[in-house]
Design a protein around this ligand. Sequence first.
Ligand SMILES: CC(C)(COP(=O)(O)OP(=O)(O)OC[C@H]1O[C@@H](n2cnc3c(N)ncnc32)[C@H](O)[C@@H]1OP(=O)(O)O)[C@@H](O)C(=O)NCCC(=O)NCCS
Length: 198
Amino acid sequence: MYQLVRMIREDLQNAREHDPAARGDVENAIVYSGLHAIWSHRIAHAMWVRGLRGPARILAQATRFFTGIEIHPGATIGRRFFIDHGMGIVIGETAEIGEGVMLYHGVTLGGQVLTQTKRHPTLCDGVTVGAGAKVLGPITIGKGSAIGANAVVTKDVPAGHIAVGIPAKNRPRNPDECIKLVDPDAYVTGGFPANYSI
Ligand SMILES: CC(C)(COP(=O)(O)OP(=O)(O)OC[C@H]1O[C@@H](n2cnc3c(N)ncnc32)[C@H](O)[C@@H]1OP(=O)(O)O)[C@@H](O)C(=O)NCCC(=O)NCCS
């Protein structure tokens, strides 16, 4: 129970840190579909790994109906995961997401083959994926990297890089870009949070 409360508080704090529009925790807990989606996913994933696969799929589908965010219950997602805006997000069964990852609306972490193998991407810690981006296949997006809005990524992205365009091209990311992408609040206020890290 204590762990559950701690997790919810961490998620609420994470929402405040990632969205300059976020206000009080109570309001955020009610209105943020990204929070509802991850909370529901944690329950669905726990059911999935315990063999309750049908009920897990039904819960995930119901969550999709209410949030527009489709996360397969088999997907593995780390702490401090944040989805801003939600809607139109698809996260596939074998996707693996590290800690402190952020997605905007319209992101697909999808597969390219129809075989039951590892077919979805792995996002390492601190990755940000811009609105509308498609990350396809069992590729790895390295720690602290960012995917530009509407990019289509089908190849690995090394740590600390930015990938933009179709097909996406990688370039090293500089610290200024880290401020802008990882913490929009810092971008808006021009500040840099003391506890910032990727
Ligand atoms: C890709 C991104 C991370 C690049 O940020 P950046 O390094 O600060 O890039 P800049 O804005 O300085 O632009 C650098 C160049 O990349 C181009 N560029 C920027 N974003 C791009 C994108 N998503 N796709 C293709 N090209 C892009 C710019 O036009 C510019 O081109 P130029 O050098 O020919 O003028 C950022 O533009 C982005 O897409 N962030 C996602 C934000 C998002 O999804 N927000 C949703 C809020 S609701």
